[in-house]
Design a protein around this ligand. Structure first.
Ligand code: GLY
Length: 323
């Protein structure tokens, strides 16, 4: 059995994991450098070499203990090693608990293109223990919350009502939100693993959000946003599109915008940033035939998939976030 970790989870999470499984098992630990920048083929080659040197065979098991980079890349490495060995995901960040570790997407980046190489491959199990959340920062917690809020808007209004009416989100509430989020993701993925239709709803907020995230990442004069910070802005803007195109309540949109600005802070986007952000959306790998598709909402829990938005409205949406 092999545990794949990065330098952070090796230090912060492995001792707890070992204390929970007892002494009856023998593990080899494979540590990689932490960070999205290492989610590439070079790191995969290093892991495949280590597995080979350590005598892994087709009956070996890989345990991916970490955030989204570890579970995405570990799943890919395991699924391709000797034509596929079994793997288990043990997510340690809120983001990976409610999103990356569940649903069978595995992969790595190709240069700047995120998750460009990969395959659908399901783990034997996903083991979630919210105790690991003690090891992450408040900012990382808020990042994961954006995906939970997404489930609230697209699938279960009770999640969103609970979050917007809470002054403080405590660990018991997190436990139940994580459980419900995974239940929803599982239900969606069981109906549409390959994202032909229903699974697209999981991309709500992500068309605009990913472009903003990438833009901030590549701009030297901007501080990087977390995934959740960018997706939260994306959801505000996509709710605005929904209000314009499908009569989604503008009051609800306004309330959501205020919540996002309160919870995540106001991100400075200048008018000169609009064009490059829109260009980045054109390169989104979810586009087919170069058309930018959005998931919009007619109302909470009522998604409309594959909606195209005119350029003027794209600009208006970005301006709406700034007003
Ligand atoms: N993160 C979106 C999905 O798994 O489909």
């Amino acid at each position: 059995m092999f545990i794949l970790v990065d330098s952070n989870t090796n230090r912060d999470c492995v001792p707890y994991f070992l204390s929970q499984v007892g002494n009856n098992y023998k593990f080899e630990t494979i540590e990689i450098k932490a960070g999205e920048i290492h989610k590439n083929l070079t790191t995969c080659t290093d892991i495949w070499n280590l597995l080979t040197d350590l005598g892994a065979d087709r009956k070996s098991l890989m345990i991916n203990l970490g955030g989204g980079v570890i579970t995405d890349m570990g799943g890919f490495v395991a699924s391709t090693f000797k034509r596929g060995i079994k793997f288990i995901n043990i997510p340690t960040t809120l983001l990976s608990m409610v999103d990356a570790s569940v649903g069978g997407k595995t992969g790595i980046d190709l240069g700047v293109l995120k998750n460009q190489i990969g395959m659908f491959s399901n783990p034997e199990m996903v083991l979630i223990d919210t105790q690991f959340l003690e090891t992450i920062s408040d900012r990382e917690m808020r990042s994961g919350m954006a995906e939970i809020i997404k489930y609230g808007l697209t699938f279960d209004h009770k999640i969103w009502s609970q979050i917007k009416s809470s002054n403080k989100i405590d660990i018991e509430m997190i436990d139940s939100l994580v459980y419900r989020s995974v239940e929803i993701k599982n239900e969606v993925v069981l109906k549409d693993l390959k994202e032909d239709n229903l699974r697209k709803i999981l991309n709500f907020g992500h068309t605009m959000g990913h472009a903003i995230e990438s833009y901030f990442l590549e701009s030297e004069d901007k501080k990087n946003l977390t995934h959740g910070e960018a997706i939260a802005i994306g959801m505000v803007i996509e709710l605005y599109f929904s209000s314009k195109l499908f009569d989604f309540s503008i009051e609800e949109t306004e309330q959501f915008k205020n919540f996002v600005i309160n919870y995540y802070g106001q991100t400075r986007i200048e008018e000169s940033d609009f064009d490059p952000i829109i260009k980045l959306m054109i390169f989104d790998k979810k586009n087919v035939n170069g058309i930018i598709n959005f998931i919009l909402l007619k109302e909470i829990e009522q998604c409309e998939i594959d909606v195209q938005v005119h350029n003027d409205l794209l600009i208006d949406g970005l301006k709406y976030y700034l007003r």
